[in-house]
Design a protein around this ligand. Structure first.
Ligand code: GDP
Length: 443
């Protein structure tokens, strides 16, 4: 959802390349560009202003630090501030699980935001954590909504609560009793929504909250509605004391600005994002990982989590270790391509791979699959030794690879350049000296 922001930011930061210091003068132009990028991404004006002020203060303070390239220093500051604005470090546990089960999660939000779908997604997510959820339809006004939840529960492979009871509060109470009896450790309440904020609905939700009471009240917001999502999140929080937000439909044509304002507007974190209609299209929201993706640093951790379901665990484990040790070779790149093929949704995956974010647009220009298979053909035409050590690739070898893969030498060079950049980026993120310097600077 942040593709365009990501591109614009990296464009803006290029202006700092070659500068020797961060000064008012060179910062001004970059900050102006960053501001435009944020506003175009639908970030609220006030949020953007605060963000830029903080970045500027830190950047000017950083001027005195020795031995840092200003572009790197600036990116690090922007990264930290992005993390901060999106809610800081994500907590260890995705939800506040009750010490004594069942944990009660109440889903609230406007009609069509994606509540029912999200109940199913959360159930699948929790099942993977070894929990046993029960879905509870508490939207008594739309029989179709109740049926929809039963269907979602079936797809998710979890039970849903059936009753003849017509009162939402009593339904929730009865479901809780049943959960205790049958040992379901997480009860997810799918409450009624309205098209607009509505007093009667709020009263009903307040009664449910008082009767059950929930450990988490998650506001489900449609990312496509932009700043409106932030306003309703604030209104629901005011009435109900929501504990977190789920932003749905981030796979759509949304610019993502809502993700920046939610924490600040409601004081509650963005906990999860929905990124498609399927029950698996759902992830925890990690501000630090998202900030890395926005800055084109990739998000290897999320990729690995996503991949875990589909791939051989040992192989992903080994790859994670190699990435952490900065031993990323062309062979790893080749494996990445093979994984990408297995994982589906090209755009999503590319954004998660370090260094690939920037290349997305380039890739999109040609048919993506074709392009990837060309790159793979190039890698396949190398010998294992070459893939383990790209320095071996002299002109003669490149010509051989070109003939073998049927691709021009320029394409081989392009791939190598991309590889070297990705590797450099990882090196920086892993180099303790670099990290120490960054920490001292922030300290
Ligand atoms: P509710 O009225 O709040 O319960 O909303 P629903 O769960 O019925 O969702 C409304 C529509 O949004 C349905 O067509 C869902 O398939 C769709 N939807 C929900 N979440 C997502 C998402 O993350 N991405 C996309 N593309 N569609 C979604």
């Amino acid at each position: 959802m942040f593709d365009s922001l990501s591109q614009k930011l990296s464009q803006a930061m290029k202006a700092l390349r070659g500068e020797t210091r961060l000064t008012e003068a060179n910062l001004e132009a970059v900050l102006r560009e960053v501001r435009m990028a944020l506003l175009e991404a639908d970030v609220h004006v006030a949020v953007a202003r605060t963000f830029l002020q903080r970045v500027k203060e830190k950047a000017l303070g950083a001027e005195v630090m020795q031995g840092l390239n200003p572009a790197q220093a600036f990116i690090d500051i922007v990264h930290r501030e992005l993390v901060e604005i999106m809610g800081g470090e994500a907590p260890e546990h995705p939800l506040a699980f009750a010490p004594k089960p069942p944990t009660v999660v109440m889903m609230v939000g406007l009609q069509g935001a994606g509540k029912t779908t999200t109940c199913g997604k959360l159930a699948v997510f929790l099942k993977k954590l070894g929990r046993s959820p029960l879905l509870v339809p508490a939207d008594v006004y739309r029989p179709a909504a109740i049926e929809q939840l039963h269907v979602v529960a079936k797809d998710a492979g979890v039970p849903s609560f059936r009753t003849d009871e017509k009162d939402p509060v009593r339904i929730c109470e009865a479901a809780l009793t049943e959960a205790k009896l049958k040992g379901w450790d997480t009860v997810i309440l799918d409450t009624a929504g309205r098209l607009h904020l509505d007093e009667a609905l709020m009263e009903e939700l307040v009664s449910i909250k008082a009767a059950v009471p929930p450990d988490e009240i998650l506001f489900v917001a449609d990312a496509m509605t932009g700043q409106d999502a932030v306003r309703s999140a604030t209104a629901f929080h005011g009435k109900l004391g929501t504990t977190g937000v789920v932003l749905t439909k981030t796979d759509g044509d949304t610019r993502g600005g809502a993700a920046f304002s939610i924490k600040q507007a409601t004081g509650t974190p963005l906990k999860f994002v929905g990124e498609g209609e399927k029950l698996e299209d759902f992830q925890r929201f990690h501000p630090d990982r998202m900030a890395q993706r926005i800055l084109g640093m990739g998000d290897v951790l999320s990729l690995i989590e996503h991949a875990k379901d589909k791939l051989d665990e040992k192989e992903t484990e080994a790859m994670a270790q190699r990435l952490a040790k900065n031993q990323f070779t062309l062979e790893d790149m080749r494996k990445q391509f093979q994984q990408v093929k297995k994982l589906g949704s090209m755009n999503k995956i590319l954004g998660m791979l370090p260094g690939m974010g920037q290349m997305k647009e380039q890739i999109a220009q040609v048919a993506t699959d074709k392009r990837l298979s060309h790159m793979e053909a190039i890698l396949n035409s190398m010998t294992p030794k070459e893939r383990a050590n790209h320095n071996l690739l002299d002109a003669k070898r490149k010509r051989r690879i070109a003939a073998g893969s049927g691709r021009p030498v320029s394409e081989i060079n392009q791939l190598l350049k991309q590889y070297v950049e990705a590797r450099k980026m990882m090196g920086q993120m892993n180099d303790p000296k670099f990290m120490n310097r960054m920490q001292r600077m922030a300290g």
